[in-house]
Design a protein around this ligand. Sequence first.
Ligand SMILES: *[C@@H]1O[C@H](CO)[C@@H](O)[C@H](O)[C@H]1NC(C)=O
Ligand SMILES: *[C@@H]1O[C@H](CO)[C@@H](O)[C@H](O)[C@H]1NC(C)=O
Ligand SMILES: *[C@@H]1O[C@H](CO)[C@@H](O)[C@H](O)[C@H]1NC(C)=O
Ligand SMILES: *[C@@H]1O[C@H](CO)[C@@H](O)[C@H](O)[C@H]1NC(C)=O
Ligand SMILES: *[C@@H]1O[C@H](CO)[C@@H](O)[C@H](O)[C@H]1NC(C)=O
Length: 497
Amino acid sequence: MRGLSTYKSLLSIVLLLHPGPARAIELDIDSLESIKAAAAQVASDLAAEFWDPTSFSGVPNAQYAWWQHGAILGAYVDYWAFTGDTTYNDNITIGWMKGVSSSLDLLPQEHAFDIGNDDQGFWSIMSMDAVERVFPETQIQKDMNAGFLEITQTVHNTQALRWDNSTCGGGLRWQIVTVKDGYKYKNTISNGLYFQQSARLARYTGNATYADAAEESYKWMRSVNLIQDDFRINDGAFIPDCKQITDKRWTYNYGTILAGCAAMYNFTTGEKREYWREQIDSVLNATLATFIDAETGALKEIQCQETDTCNMDQRSFKAYLARWMGYTAQVAPYTYSTIMPHLRKNAQLAAATCIGEPRGTACGQKWNIGAQWDGKHGLGEQINAMEVIQNIIPSVSPPGSGVGKIFNSNNGGTSKSNPGGMGKRMGWNWRAMVAKEYRKYMLKDHDIKAADRFGAAVLTLLTFALLGWMVFYVVSEDDDEKPGAAAEPAAEASVEK
Ligand SMILES: *[C@@H]1O[C@H](CO)[C@@H](O)[C@H](O)[C@H]1NC(C)=O
Ligand SMILES: *[C@@H]1O[C@H](CO)[C@@H](O)[C@H](O)[C@H]1NC(C)=O
Ligand SMILES: *[C@@H]1O[C@H](CO)[C@@H](O)[C@H](O)[C@H]1NC(C)=O
Ligand SMILES: *[C@@H]1O[C@H](CO)[C@@H](O)[C@H](O)[C@H]1NC(C)=O
Ligand SMILES: *[C@@H]1O[C@H](CO)[C@@H](O)[C@H](O)[C@H]1NC(C)=O
C-alpha cells in the first residue's frame, strides 16, 4: 500500500517534468460564475477518479475507506445546495442507498467489521446535511423508510445506546467491534460527530432531548481533556480512565466541535446561548491559531503536511474543517465576518494549486506554497479544494437569495421524523460474518491491500482461525441485547493482539 504511493510520487514527479497542456483552475473569488465553474471542475475531477456510488465501498481505490464515501456524499449534497447543479444528485441517491443498506442504520453488513462510531458518524452527518439542505428524497427511499432525517435519528439512537459510563465517566468508544484495539480508545472524532449530530438534530427538530445528549457529550469531552481548558483539542484517550491522551491535533476534530457548538448556539437561548457563544469563540480562536499558516493564511494539516506523512484519511481532513466553518458561519452568523475571509483566502490558495496531473486540474495538499502543485493527487486533495471553494459561494450570492441556507423543520424542511428509529437491528450473524471475511482472505489472489484496512485485529483473528480456534466475535450492541451471542470478557482478551 505504501509502496504504491512511492510509485505514485515518482510518477507525479515525472509528470511534473513533462506537463501536459497547462489547464489550471482560474478562480475569481468575487465572481459567482467563476466560483461555480471552479467548484464544478474539482467536483468533476473527484467524481471521475475517486467515487463509484454503485459499489459497496463507494471509493474505487482500496487505499480509501468507506467513511470517505459518506464524506463525499456530504460534499456533493452541499455542492448541489450551493450551486444548484443537479449533475450528481442521482449518484448521491445511489450511494446513499448502498450506505443505508437494508439494515437502515448506516451499518451495512458489507462493512460491519470495519465500521467504528466515527465512520457511522460521518455518514449520519452527511444525512443531516441532506436534511438541512432539503435534498430531494426519492419515493423508493421513502417507501423503505430510508429518509435522511429518520436515518440520522436512528444513528443517534443506536449511538446513544453505546454511550459508555463504565470507563472514563462516559463517552463513546472509537470502535464498535469489541475485538479491535480501538474498542479501548475514546476518540474526539467519534464523540465530536455524535455531539454535532445531536446538536444539529436538536436545532432542526426542536427536540430538547437531542440537546441534552449534545451537552452531555460536550461536557464529557471537556471533563476528560479531549477538549482542554485552553481549547487544545486532542485526538483521543485510552480507557479505563482517559488519563492517557493522544495529543495529536487534527483539523477535522476542531471542525466537528466548532459546528456542534454553533448548532447549540443556534438552538439555545439566554444563558445557555451565551455559554455556547463562548465555546464557539474559544474553539474558533484555537482553530485559527493552530491551523492557519501565519505567513500565507493557508490552512495546514500541521500534524503531517510538512513532513509528507499524512495518510489517506488525513489528507482529506481539511475538507471537513472547511465545510464546518462554512456551516458555523450560517447558524452562528455573528462568526461570518471572522470565518468567511479565511475561507475565501483558502479557496484562492487551494485553486492555485489545481494544476496537477493527470488532467492539469488536480489540486495539491499544500495550500501554503503558492501557485504550485506538490505532486499529491488523491481523494483528499480533491475534496479539500471542493469544500473550501464551494463554501465561499454565500459570500458572492445576492442577499436574500437563500444560498447556503440551513433549514429546519419549521421553515421548509420536509424529511420525515421518526424519533424512535432503531433501524432493522438485523442481528447480523457476526460469527458467520467473520468466517466469511476469513474465507475471503484465504483466497490466493485476494489483494492484500484490502486486508490492510481491517488492521492487525483481522490478521490476529485469522491466525486463531487457522489454528482451529473458535472465534468469539462480539459487537458491543450484542453484549447488551443478545444474551446468547455474547462472549465472556476473557474471550475478548484472548483474541486481542
Ligand atoms: C455516476 O456513477 C457512475 C458509476 O460510477 C458513473 O459511471 C457516472 O459517470 C457517474 N455520474 C456522474 C455524473 O458522475
Ligand atoms: C452516565 O452518567 C451521566 C452522568 O453521571 C448520567 O447523567 C447519565 O444518565 C449516565 N448514562 C447512562 C446511560 O447510564
Ligand atoms: C478570540 O479572538 C479574538 C480576536 O483575537 C479576541 O478578541 C477574543 O477575545 C477571543 N475570544 C476568546 C473567547 O478567546
Ligand atoms: C440560527 O440560524 C439561522 C439560519 O442560518 C439564522 O438565520 C439565525 O440568525 C441563527 N440564530 C442566531 C441566534 O444566530
Ligand atoms: C425527542 O427525542 C427523543 C429521543 O430520540 C424521543 O424519545 C422523543 O420521542 C422525541 N420527542 C418528540 C416530541 O419527537
